[in-house]
Design a protein around this ligand. Structure first.
Ligand SMILES: [Zn+2]
Length: 97
């Protein structure tokens, strides 16, 4: 005769439902995306990439040019006084000395 107390199980442990992923934060888009920071940003004339290297140099004949080289498509441009020079004319100038 063993008195079985069916009381041993006690009350179910209180399971506190931890809220996962706290009630989805407000979906406000960060309105401060720095776009269009037009700081003499140079773009490749061929592919539009801004990953370009720009440097000033003088051609062999003394013409100061801005040389732009694209890292993406390897397009190269030479400019003189805002005008793009063709590769041919650059080579031509380079030959002149
Ligand atoms: Zn390019």
């Amino acid at each position: 005769m063993t008195p079985q107390s069916s009381d041993s199980t006690g009350t179910p442990a209180p399971t506190r439902g931890r809220r996962r992923g706290r009630a989805a934060g407000p979906s406000i888009p960060l309105g401060s995306l720095t776009q269009r920071e037009h700081r003499s940003e140079i773009q490749c004339q061929a592919c539009g990439s801004s990953r370009v290297t720009r440097l000033s140099m003088n051609l062999t004949d003394g013409t100061p040019v801005e040389f732009t080289s694209c890292h993406r498509c390897e397009h190269r441009t030479w400019e003189h006084g805002g005008d793009a020079l063709s590769v041919a004319s650059v080579l031509d100038k380079a030959r002149k000395n």
